[in-house]
Ligand binder design. Structure first.
Ligand code: ACO
Length: 326
């Protein structure tokens, strides 16, 4: 009997060249390095240059992911970009990327689930490939989140950065226990007011700025991420001790540490990039994944646990046996 499953066969990422440290930020925001590090674990963030867009970030990440697995745009059937900061209100940034990588045969669209966007896009791509919409997908998390920040609001502007990460997914007929093992998503619009942007085409025809009740978001994050991770483990008939790497959304090192403790994982089994990248919203998981694959920590066959929560609230978790059977 064949065991059809979707494999995650490659990853790539891109960070804008411009690095802004906490010290630099302190020269124009009423904050300081010690506060930001102590409360969030963030030391610096990368910010897009003038004229550099989300599609540019996505293109660089996608091109690396494709090169890493020896594919070109023409091999891709589906492109999903998870982003809250599209180049334009329409068309989707994914169609722009489709044109840039010459993926003429691909279906391309964006997904908007803010910081949970990558796990949402992964789940959608998994379902679409399994239902026969193609054999290869590119799932990208890409954000120019700095464009949504109110630089006068120190409670939010210190937390975020820009960047992109991409993964290649491939449908395999005899996958064994490789590939996406489980994926669980949740949303609850009752909490939309604790984390939102005060603008949008149909509300006030503006782009708007991020507004957040940090303490409330923190409380929901730890509780909901722990619970959805339990669901994902149970759906895959796995236990936390089966996980090789936790690759969490990188919002705050204290949220990541709380998840590590709840899962009972050793600290050196958790990928942490929040110090260097800050919170890059939908890009944060594939950026962290790419960093740990590039430096050799994550290897072919490792079991990864990914989780994220963001505005909506929307949250989810996915378990993946990374790579392909050799
Ligand atoms: N620099 C210096 N002081 C600051 C700053 C700053 N950047 N921001 C706030 N403060 C001050 C406040 O004014 C307050 O001062 P006061 O006591 O004199 O009133 C004090 O620091 C404490 O502020 P709190 O908001 O209570 O700080 P808290 O410990 O809750 O930390 C934080 C704030 C880091 C935002 C935290 O609540 C958090 O991480 N929440 C999770 C939210 C998150 O990560 N959101 C990202 C998007 S959603 C996601 O990705 C999960």
């Amino acid at each position: 009997m064949t065991n059809q499953r979707v494999l995650m066969t490659a990853v790539g990422s891109y960070l804008p060249a411009n690095v802004v440290t906490n010290e630099t930020l302190s020269s124009f925001v009423d904050t300081d390095d010690a506060w930001i590090r102590r409360r969030t674990g963030i030391a610096q963030r990368h910010l897009v240059a003038e004229g550099e867009t989300t599609a540019d970030l996505a293109y660089n990440a996608a091109a690396k992911a494709l090169a890493n697995v020896g594919l070109t745009g023409g091999d891709i059937d589906l492109i999903i970009i998870a982003t809250t900061t599209p180049d334009n209100t329409f068309p989707s940034t994914a169609t722009k990327l489709q044109h840039m990588i010459e993926a003429k045969n691909a279906i391309a669209f964006d997904v908007q689930a803010v910081c949970a966007g990558f796990v949402y896009a992964l789940d959608i791509a998994d379902a679409m490939l399994q239902s026969g919409r193609g054999r290869r997908a590119l799932v990208v998390g890409a954000e120019s989140f700095s464009k949504l920040l109110d630089w006068e609001d120190r409670t939010t502007c210190v937390l975020f950065g820009d960047g992109a990460g991409a993964v290649v997914l491939e449908l395999a007929d005899d996958a064994g226990d490789w590939g996406i093992r489980s994926s669980v998503l949740h949303s609850d619009g009752a909490y939309r007011d604790i984390l939102f942007v005060d603008g949008g085409p149909s509300s006030n025809a503006s782009v708007g700025h991020v507004r957040m009740e940090g303490k409330e978001v923190f409380r929901h994050a730890v509780e909901k991420l722990a619970s959805v991770m339990d669901e994902a483990l149970s759906a895959a008939s796995m236990e936390a001790r089966d996980i090789d790497w936790l690759v969490p959304h990188q919002a705050n090192v204290r949220i990541i540490d709380a998840m590590q403790k709840k899962m009972g994982l050793p600290s050196d089994r958790v990928v942490r990039t929040v110090e260097q990248h800050a919170n890059t919203s939908a890009a944060s998981i594939p950026l962290a994944l790419s960093a740990a694959v590039d430096d050799g920590r994550i290897k072919n066959g490792d079991v990864l646990a990914m989780e994220a929560i963001g505005g909506g609230l929307a949250w989810g978790a996915a378990l993946v046996k990374f790579g392909r059977p050799s």
